[in-house]
Design a protein around this ligand. Structure first.
Ligand code: SF4
Ligand code: SF4
Length: 575
């Protein structure tokens, strides 16, 4: 894959001799993609060029001490320097993959100035009342100390209050006494943000750190509006469910944080999205854009470290920290790997895993302690195993053996395609030169459609099929296994002659004919115009012959009516 933007003049990598034990010169000599700067000591003042667009700081201290306005990334080499056999090689790969960068899409989130504080810290209340339009839910004891009131103060009757809405538009329903008006009753308080220290609620705009001042500062920082990266964006014209309005594909609805739902025929994102990228990785038609790390960007990161025979390692930030913790007691050093840091393991699709494997690399996944959805990992492992390759593993840092891994070698060529599914099948086609060990894989992700006797070629299935896996040409129905996402929408067939098997069948890859009907000719003009099965079906209900084509039929019907009239007239005359 070609990099779309070449930032080489605008990118910079800063290494500091004081912070890392690795040899910065050795690393810098191998980084050709950006300018490299080696500092003796990061505590000295240092000014960065103003025209830089992207900076990789190889230690967090440098990042915090250096003034800069460029996009930046911390590549904390201290995390890896102790535990790998060849730490410089690992560092170089990590820096190279981190240098592949795209400015993220950001969106302004409106929060307004109204803040609701739920808690009992009078210093925090005082701080907030200076800076925000505040409403406080607090105990009677704390409330007394707030008199004369500069904010609205509610003393709740009990702990049973409810919170609804989203950031910018929260509503807290509470029963109690409003000390500002001295009224008792049920109150609906509105606020753009909520400060609720220690709460277990996880929602954007609700600040729940135990540290009350930290919550308050975050809320003040976000007053009015703030910029955030929209983790995911759904293209409703591409999403199979949203564009048809029918329940079909629902792969993304298995979102690990339950943040997606189907509402009024469309897939909708709720506020509980944690930005793990699972939906984007699992969507077969690339309808979900993952802004934190778009699919193409991850491919380019893989390209940046790609080296036949080596081992690529997908790893997240949390996993890197886990590695650092473990490295202290690690007895055996980890073999050399080429790290690509991802926001979450969930965001890696089967396309990325296969892309790395078909570039001739072994693929390791280092999970953090969170739970992961490994649908994509599993299907990739099974696809590769079908061709006799065992080169993709989920591993723990203290148990890595890469000697036995076997990958297909660098066989990757063109993987262009309009979406993930098309690209995926291009890759599977490249693997088809190897003997297949097992021709079928049971999976929810792929489907095989068969059409049985009785199909009238009415085209209901081709109309509903959202991916173009079914198409009709010259009274023949074609099915492309590669495009079928097993959504089941074609089962709307009015003749009930379609069967769908959820399976990936390597013997049926590509497009093939699945139904062909005899076409009958119009007895009047000789034009072929109706399938035999449609004729048989309609002739049972039609009074006039539908064997005639649409051009000849009116004439034939008129003649039949005329004949009937003549016959009736003749009969009347005879009477
Ligand atoms: S996985 Fe993709 S196509 Fe399927 S419902 Fe979700 S967004 Fe739509
Ligand atoms: S062939 Fe059927 S199951 Fe497959 S994608 Fe089309 S409508 Fe969905």
């Amino acid at each position: 894959m070609e990099s779309e933007q070449d930032f080489s003049d605008d990118k910079c990598v800063i290494l500091c001799k004081g912070c890392i034990k690795l040899k910065p010169e050795k690393i810098a000599n191998r980084i050709e993609e950006a300018e490299t700067i080696i500092l003796e000591d990061c505590s000295k003042d240092f000014n960065l060029r103003k025209d830089l667009k992207y900076v990789v700081f190889c230690c967090p201290a440098l990042y915090h001490l250096t003034e800069h306005s460029a996009f930046s990334k911390i590549v904390d080499l201290r995390l890896i320097e102790k535990c790998f056999k060849k730490p410089e090689e690992v560092a170089i790969a990590w820096i190279k993959s981190s240098l592949i960068f795209e400015p993220p899409d950001v969106k302004a989130v409106e929060t307004g100035y109204e803040v609701i504080y739920i808690g009992n810290n009078s210093d925090v209340i005082s701080e907030l009342s200076e800076n925000t339009k505040l409403c406080v839910i607090t105990s009677g004891e704390v409330a007394e100390g707030l008199y004369p009131f500069r904010t609205r103060v509610i003393v709740p009757e009990d702990d049973n209050f409810s919170i609804s809405g989203e950031v910018g538009n929260f509503v807290v329903n509470v029963k109690g006494t409003d000390l500002t008006t001295n009224r008792k009753g049920n109150f609906s308080l509105k606020g753009g943000q909520i400060i609720f220290p220690g709460s277990e609620i996880k929602k954007e705009g609700i600040h729940t750190f135990d540290d009350e001042f930290r919550c308050a500062l975050n809320a003040i920082k976000n007053l009015g509006s703030y910029l955030r990266i929209e983790p995911i964006e759904i293209d409703f014209d591409v999403c199979c469910t949203s564009k048809s309005g029918f329940e079909g594909c629902s792969l993304c609805l298995s979102c690990p944080s339950g943040a997606l739902l189907r509402e009024n025929g469309k897939i909708r994102i709720k506020g509980s999205c944690t930005g793990c990228g699972y939906c984007s990785a699992v969507c077969p038609v690339s309808a979900v854009k993952y802004s934190i790390m778009p699919s193409d960007l991850l491919m380019r990161k893989i390209d940046a470290v790609s080296s036949e025979g080596k081992t690529i390692a997908f790893i997240c930030e949390d996993s890197l920290k886990k590695l650092y913790r473990m490295s202290k007691g690690m007895k055996k050093k980890i073999p050399e790997v080429l790290p690509v840091v991802v926001p979450c393991i969930n965001s890696i699709s089967e396309l990325h895993y296969l892309y790395a494997a078909l570039n001739g690399m072994n693929v390791l996944v280092f999970p953090c302690d969170s739970e992961h959805k490994l649908t994509n990992f599993e299907i990739t492992r099974k696809i590769l195993a079908t061709f006799g390759f065992d080169c993709i593993r989920i591993v723990e840092f203290d148990n890595i053996d890469i000697k036995k891994l076997r990958n297909p070698g660098k066989i990757l060529k063109n993987v262009e395609g309009k979406n993930k599914r098309e690209k995926l099948f291009r890759m599977i086609n490249l693997l088809m030169k190897y003997p297949v060990k097992k021709s079928k894989i049971e999976t929810e992700l792929f489907g095989i459609v068969e059409v049985n006797e009785g199909c009238t070629l009415c085209m209901t299935c081709t109309f509903f099929c959202p991916t173009g896996a079914l198409r009709k040409e010259n009274e023949t129905l074609y099915f492309n296994h590669g495009l079928c996402i097993a959504c089941g929408l074609c089962l709307a067939c009015p003749e009930n002659v379609i069967t769908l098997n959820k399976v990936l069948d390597f013997e049926k890859i590509g497009e093939r004919e699945i139904y062909k009907d005899e076409v009958l000719k119009c007895p009047s003009c000789g034009r072929p115009h109706i399938t035999k099965s449609m004729y048989e079906k309609l002739s049972k209900v039609s009074k006039y012959s539908i064997l005639f084509c649409s051009d000849c039929r009116p004439k034939v019907i008129l003649e039949a009516i005329y004949e009937e009239m003549m016959k009736e007239e003749g009969e009347e005359r005879n009477e």
